[in-house]
Design a protein around this ligand. Structure first.
Ligand code: ADP
Ligand code: MG
Length: 370
């Protein structure tokens, strides 16, 4: 796959797929990390006098009420402030006059179309990768530039769909994410220590399975830990854990096969009969020896202040190390942002599921069907 600086973009209409799916509360963007991460690519296109037509999703559109809640209009405003430049916001991403409206805008300008997932109401055209829709979108420009790392594991009309109809390139955010995450695919600085925490084990099993052969140690926390404890027949009371027998069997086999690698804390914190947090004391020595560290998921329910100690201790300890630390995962990263420790780490990924998918498979799903 080629990168955008390997082609000529001047006086071209570039369809740019970004991930501007930012959290919005009470009509305010609470975190603009994903917008900021897209600026380098936009500026490159502007410097080269391309006309930029941005596509992005925002939230999920299942019912009619979701349309209003998930408009990109306020994102256009924020993007315009960040770029210090007018951003043309088109309140539709599909209409009979969209092409002529785009044609009227001069080169060197930025257009943001309304949420691509508006096409999911009423019939999931975007998310089911409807090829007619993809072709319609592809006809709006000269080339496709994909820089939406957060949805690189989705084959949607605005990702893999458009890519089937136009010359396709990757942007600077993709370059940065892949370069940094490749460190976890070919690990050369060891020991390599992985911490997996968070809520549901099911979504994490593929990544655990792909990392265990490569990692020197896997340290556990959160609901992931609870499920492993349950697989070991340890009493976990009402804690969040899987009840699926196949999953528990799979965990048992992993515990057997990787007995020396899987490390489990001896200290858990109970609240209302549930394991809600852990103490990370036992893990600190492993982190101190590590040269490469990957973190996904939090050790406890950090949203409740009396269960946030483990999470706080984990990221404080990590911020003191000089190992290469890579952190991925939506909730995990949103926690770190609150702590102002972003700069202490080698890489904080903009992706959640996409990060895990890429590390587990070394593939970008949106390109698979090309
Ligand atoms: P990410 O989005 O970064 O992949 P997860 O969503 O898997 O991470 O993990 C973060 C979530 O895990 C938090 O919402 C946290 O409350 C939850 N969590 C952590 N520990 C526990 C636990 N012991 N029981 C239930 N939920 C937990
Ligand atoms: Mg999550």
């Amino acid at each position: 796959m080629k990168y955008i600086d390997e082609t000529n973009v001047s006086n071209k209409t570039v369809l740019l797929r970004l991930d501007l799916n930012v959290p919005i509360i009470d009509n305010k963007i609470t975190d603009d990390f994903r917008i900021l991460s897209s600026v380098k690519t936009i500026n490159y296109l502007l410097q080269n006098n391309a006309k930029i037509v941005i596509f992005s999703h925002l939230g999920k559109i299942k019912e009619k009420e979701d349309l209003k809640k998930n408009s990109l209009k306020i994102v256009a405003k924020r993007l315009s402030e960040i770029l210090n430049k007018k951003v043309y916001f088109f309140d539709k991403c599909y209409s009979s006059d969209l092409k002529s409206k785009i044609d009227e805008i001069p080169y060197g300008e930025v257009i943001l179309l309304e949420n691509t997932r508006y096409m999911d109401y009423p019939s999931n055209l975007e998310s089911n990768c409807d090829m007619k829709l993809a072709k319609y979108w592809a006809n709006l420009g000269d080339m496709f530039l994909f820089d939406a790392f957060g949805v690189s594991h989705r084959n949607h009309a605005s990702t893999g769909g458009i890519a089937r109809f136009l010359p396709t390139y990757l942007g600077y955010l993709m370059k940065e994410e892949l370069a940094k995450l490749n460190m976890l695919i070919n690990v050369d600085k060891r020991p390599f220590v992985v911490f997996m925490g968070g809520a549901k084990i099911e979504s994490k099993i593929p990544i655990i399975k792909s990392l265990l052969p490569k990692a020197d140690y896997l340290l556990l926390g959160g609901g992931v830990l609870n499920s492993f404890l349950k697989a070991k027949d340890i009493e976990i009371y009402d804690s969040l854990a899987t009840s699926d027998q196949n999953t528990l069997q799979e965990l048992k086999e992993l515990l057997n096969k990787y007995r020396e690698k899987i490390i489990i804390t001896d200290e858990v914190v109970l609240k209302d009969n549930k394991i809600m947090d852990i103490k990370i004391t036992k893990y600190i020595d492993y982190f101190k020896k590590a040269k490469t560290i990957f973190i996904n998921g939090t050790p406890g329910v950090f949203e409740e202040s009396d269960c946030a100690k483990g999470t706080k201790a984990l990221f404080t300890e990590l911020s003191l190390l000089d190992a290469n630390i890579i952190i991925g995962g939506g909730d995990t990263v949103s926690y770190i942002k609150q702590t102002n420790r972003m700069d202490n780490f080698y890489h904080v990924s903009t992706g959640g599921g996409a990060t895990l998918y890429y590390i587990a498979t070394n593939k970008l799903l949106f390109l698979e069907k090309l």
